[in-house]
Design a binder for this molecule. Structure first.
Ligand code: UDP
Ligand code: MG
Length: 311
């Protein structure tokens, strides 16, 4: 098997057949074997039903993994990689925003350039609003400042890689998965190609603004311990300010002899430092929570059903 296409699907009933057709069209005459691995990530519509139809029809080799509930795209990718047996593995969405023709190009590049292990696509023209793109830019500058690995802005998880890269990714068994960080962490030589994301063929995106914010927090907490140091920095800074203020109060008392009632000051200071303390406890809590989740050592996903491709 030359190529495994890993396709996470959550409520993509209207897209999966069109997606398979697009793949078949793109790979006709390519001269190598490929398989599509669909992961039904606990869809609530007819996605599984339609995937089973595709599997039974066998227009091309199709594997279907069906989860017991929605575990998220990252878990779906992990499950797909586990079942992939191609020399190359491609990650691609089911909604046809990422065209299968580009995967064919990626395969060609990997064939022609043995020095590269990964071909990743980045969006050259984004159709999103200014506010969102500002937040995304800020996120990348913050995370690249804090973390030891460098994330490529705009690089999506639309990529094709060799089996060695797949094996390395599978070795990272963390429960909170953040694929951009995982790709950066495993390293390997990556060749970037631009692509323009098409409109979604059908259905709606599963990303809301808050989901993106959560995803960003996931990335920062998962790839850096710098926020933990914030408590130390804030503690030191406020300690120094407190000593300076104390000196000022003593001088004021001795030189000018004023005794200030200071009611408002006390209230403000109490509120301010309670706030700082709660904030720092919150940050520590984020890490403790993740440690807790990881030590439970639960599986990243549960496979309820698996349909293998009939050769
Ligand atoms: N997806 C998934 N599980 C989820 C959410 C999304 O498997 O919980 C899949 C979805 O079916 C699609 C891909 O991940 O194939 C990308 O999702 P979407 O199109 O909503 O994201 P966008 O393209 O808007 O970033
Ligand atoms: Mg999409």
């Amino acid at each position: 098997m030359k190529l495994s296409l890993v396709v996470p699907c959550y409520n993509e009933a209207e897209n999966v057949a069109a997606f398979q057709n697009a793949v078949i069209e793109a790979f006709t005459g390519c001269g190598y074997d490929y398989e599509i691995i669909f992961i039904n990530d606990g869809s609530k519509d007819a996605t599984l039903h339609n995937l089973k139809k595709l599997h039974d029809a066998q227009a091309c080799p199709v594997k279907v993994i069906s989860f017991s509930r929605n575990f998220g795209k990252e878990a779906a990718i992990f499950a797909g990689l586990n079942r992939a047996c191609g020399e190359y593995t491609a990650l691609i969405d089911a909604d046809l925003q990422q065209r299968p023709e580009i995967v064919r190009e990626m395969v060609q590049i990997l064939d022609e350039k043995p020095e590269y292990d990964v071909v990743a696509a980045y969006q050259d023209r984004r159709g999103e609003g200014k506010v969102l793109s500002f937040f995304k830019k800020s996120f990348y500058s913050i995370i690249n400042m804090l973390s030891k690995v460098t994330l490529q802005p705009d690089a999506s998880d639309f990529r094709t890689f060799r089996s060695s890269v797949r094996d390395s990714i599978l070795e990272l068994k963390e429960y909170h998965r953040f694929s951009k960080g995982i790709f950066a962490w495993v390293g390997y030589d990556t060749f970037f190609i631009p692509y323009t994301a098409c409109e979604r063929a059908a259905g709606t995106t599963k990303w809301s603004f808050w989901k993106l914010v959560n995803y960003a927090i996931e990335g920062i907490i998962g790839y850096s311990t710098a926020p933990l140091r914030l408590a130390t920095v804030l503690g030191t800074m406020t300690g120094i300010s407190a000593v300076l203020y104390l000196i000022w109060v003593i001088i004021e008392k001795l030189v000018f002899g004023i005794s200030v009632p200071g009611y408002a000051t006390i209230i403000v200071l109490i509120l301010f430092f309670s706030c700082v303390q709660l904030f720092c406890i919150g940050i520590i809590g984020e890490y403790v929570g993740r440690t807790f989740e990881q030590t439970k050592d639960r599986p990243i996903y549960i496979e309820k059903e698996f349909l293998d491709s009939v050769q």
